[in-house]
Design a protein around this ligand. Structure first.
Ligand code: NAP
Length: 297
């Protein structure tokens, strides 16, 4: 259906947003389900973010996604937030709501948490009492740690980082959700033993992402084994070097597209009150990534 006077818009706000796959997947989902909605990509300069976000209410948007570099600033502009968004201090999803007195309000959520957890649900029992390693301590790691601490009964979670002093702030921010002090920091060069001991390995760095697809996450493939489940947050390429190496060692793998689809589905549900047709979305993404080169810029 062509956009018309009843079309409800949604947008992704970022700077830049030209590489976002969110318009593609949400518009395909709206069209598949016959919903009179449209999803736009809106490049928003940091100085204009507050006006753009308040404008969502004035313009009758259902909400928005928020991407780099606006996730933390958007959090501070919300009227209400989910527990996950408060814990992480960042929002990736805005829902335009109305309060009990009929006043419009901006609700912020961080669906990266539920997106990250979606492919892990089948492993919850298997990981109970086991150790996890998370490579990197940036923005995505916050969602990863909150999800792991709140929903998986792991014994220990080691952050393998190149800047341990920077990661201390993240550990401190997560402390309210880590009463048993499961989180600790391990410097990159000495991480071999904790990698071998862990069952879940999560790559939350850009190591191996297009165009640097041959950059290893961890150089010692002999440290990977059949007991490992490798979860790479990167989805471009879909099959990363890290996933290939752990698969070659006999381990399980989870690609970042699952998280991407999971976070999108959780946002879609809040805007439309219907479930995203995830199989259709997965097919569209498969086609997108299997274009000639196999990679997208
Ligand atoms: P970020 O905030 O820039 O953090 C990146 C982290 O990786 C930082 O801790 C950084 O360390 C570390 N790092 C970068 N290069 C490194 C290197 N060569 N060696 C060791 N550590 C390195 O990025 P982010 O937003 O957390 O995103 C991380 C990854 O997750 C990206 O690949 C992103 O595409 C992916 N992601 C995927 C999804 C999804 O839906 N699948 C969602 C969000 C993010 P320093 O602090 O020392 O610089």
């Amino acid at each position: 259906m062509l956009p018309n006077t009843n079309t409800k818009p949604v947008a992704v706000l970022g700077w830049p947003v030209c590489h976002s796959l969110s318009p593609l997947i949400h518009n395909v989902a709206f069209r598949t389900q016959g919903l009179n909605r449209t999803y736009l990509a809106s490049p928003v300069q940091p100085d204009h973010l507050a006006a753009a976000i308040r404008g969502l209410l004035a313009l009758g948007f259902s909400g928005a996604n928020v991407t780099i570099p606006h996730k933390e600033a958007a959090f501070r502009l919300m009227d209400q937030c989910s527990e996950a968004a408060q814990a992480i201090g960042a929002v990736n999803t805005i829902v335009c709501k109305v309060d009990e007195e009929g006043h419009p309000l901006l609700y912020g959520d961080n669906t990266d948490v539920v997106g990250f957890l979606t492919p892990l649900w089948p492993y919850v029992a298997a990981f109970a009492g086991k150790e996890a390693v998370v490579f990197g301590a940036g923005g995505a790691t916050r969602a990863v740690l909150y999800g792991l601490l709140m929903h998986l009964d792991l014994y220990k979670i080691r952050l393998v980082v190149r800047s341990p002093e920077k990661a201390q702030g993240l550990i401190a921010a997560m402390r309210p959700y880590d009463p048993d002090e499961k989180l600790s920091i391990v410097a990159w060069p000495v991480a071999g033993p904790v990698i071998r001991a862990a069952h879940l390995l999560v790559n939350a760095t850009p190591k191996g992402m297009y165009p640097h697809i041959e950059e290893p996450v961890w150089g010692e493939v002999a440290d990977f084994g059949v007991h490992h489940t490798a979860y790479d947050l990167i989805y471009n390429p879909v099959q990363t070097r890290f996933l290939r190496e752990v698969a070659n060692a006999g381990g399980n793998t989870i690609g970042g597209l699952e998280m991407f689809i999971g976070q999108a589905a959780a946002a879609y549900r809040q805007w439309t009150e219907v479930e995203m047709p995830v199989e259709v979305v997965r097919e569209v993404l498969d086609r997108h990534f299997s274009k000639e080169s196999g990679y997208t810029e």
